[in-house]
Ligand binder design. Structure first.
Ligand SMILES: [Mg+2]
Length: 389
């Protein structure tokens, strides 16, 4: 039975700021609570399950904030978990729906922590509880931030390819200077990294239909890898139209996919070729696996998004989901490269071999998520602490 839940908001000594067409991604000043990750520990049945998610609003289409996640867990989901068995995953997710709708980041961190606890209780890695290890070695993708100057984007793309061996890049598009500028950026990066690297684009809903059709017409000539969420999230017919015009270049839903019901609607509309699964956006491993079922039935592929900035725990959750999915069902590569101590170390897991090697990472094989946090470092970096039970 779940006896106690601890909630920690932890500081990030290295600030990360990135820009995309619909907003920004900013971990904020070191001591500010807003935009900092939330770590939970679930004490149950002789084990402690851990997980961490960084709520990324403000400035992002997933609305959860650090404060909203802490409040949802402390006041609503947490008390509902006390006394439940960690094996009652479906009942726990049903409780989430009944007690407080939406709030996917708060649900995700709890769903993943419960699954970490189950893995530890059974002495099995998480992937063995959700389908086994189809892919022990996971290819990684690097999402390139927008910038005022194209040379900044080229430098970032080159660094990903040369320093980390990344073979899949995602360029943030829909620059305020118009779709022709986007095409120029793509062309410049393509020339810099060569033909061996897959390059996809993500306008984050920033293109009109006309922009999208014009830009894709040009980008197709330069080996465009995929098109992620070009237009408004609810325009499924528009996405289907773009998919037909893209003529074989896969179209991926990100902003359009939050729920199992969204996945079903996208499949029915034959709007996309791939779903971008971000655990913090859809509510954790449990809904991710259900969306994977809809995808399989509709012949739609999956992509694993979410930067997991400076969080080994958040990256590990993505890695176990990825590892448990056959390669033939995945498109692109996994985006959680910033959780693998790539540019800055996770302050609470500084020593780790869950790191990037030649553009790939090996899924951890220890029980649960397979990540050990440094308790002294956690204590040192805790900005806020709450407890339920
Ligand atoms: Mg996206």
């Amino acid at each position: 039975m779940i006896e106690r839940i601890e909630i920690f908001v932890t500081g990030l000594p290295v600030r990360v700021q990135r820009i995309f067409s619909s907003g920004s991604y900013d971990t904020g000043p070191a001591e500010r609570l807003l935009s900092k990750p939330v770590l939970v520990k679930i004490y149950a049945q002789g084990v402690v399950g851990c997980a961490q998610i960084r709520p990324i609003s403000p400035g992002h289409f997933v609305a959860d904030t650090t404060h909203s996640v802490v409040a949802a867990i402390k006041e609503i989901y947490g008390p509902g978990l006390i006394g439940k068995s960690i094996f009652d995953i479906e009942s726990i997710n049903e409780m989430f729906d009944a007690r407080l709708a939406n709030n996917p980041a708060a649900r995700a961190v709890l769903d993943i922590a419960v699954r970490d606890a189950v893995g530890k209780a059974l002495n099995q890695p998480l992937y063995n509880l959700i389908g086994g290890c189809c892919q022990p070695r996971i290819p990684l993708e690097w999402s390139v931030s927008m910038a005022d100057d194209v040379s900044t984007m080229v430098a970032e793309a080159k660094r990903a390819a040369d320093e980390f061996g990344i073979r899949v890049l995602c360029l943030k598009m829909a620059d305020r200077r118009g779709w022709r500028y986007d095409v120029k950026v793509f062309e410049t990066v393509r020339r810099a990294v060569g033909d061996a690297v897959m390059i996809g684009v993500d306008p984050n809903t920033g293109w009109t239909m006309a922009d999208a059709l014009s830009a894709i017409g040009e980008l197709k000539k330069m080996d465009l890898g995929y098109i992620e969420q070009p237009i408004a999230r609810r325009d499924l017919k528009g996405l289907a139209e773009i998919r037909r015009a893209a003529d074989g270049v896969p179209v991926m839903a990100d902003e359009a996919l939050f729920t199992i019901q969204d996945a079903y609607a996208l499949a029915e509309a034959r709007a996309v070729d791939a779903y971008c699964i971000k655990l913090y956006k859809i509510g954790g491993i449990t809904p991710a696996k259900k969306i994977a079922g809809i995808a399989e039935a509709a012949n739609i592929q999956l992509n694993c998004g979410g930067l997991a900035v400076q969080s080994q725990l958040e990256a590990a959750a993505g890695a176990h989901f990825y590892a448990s999915t056959p390669a033939s069902r995945m498109m692109g590569a996994a985006e959680f490269v910033f959780g693998l101590n790539a540019t800055a170390k996770d302050p609470i897991c500084p020593e780790s071999d869950f790191v990037v090697r030649d553009g790939h990472v090996d899924v951890p094989h220890g029980p649960g998520l397979g990540i050990n946090i440094d308790e002294a470092a956690l204590k040192k970096h805790t900005l806020m602490y709450e407890r339920v039970g």
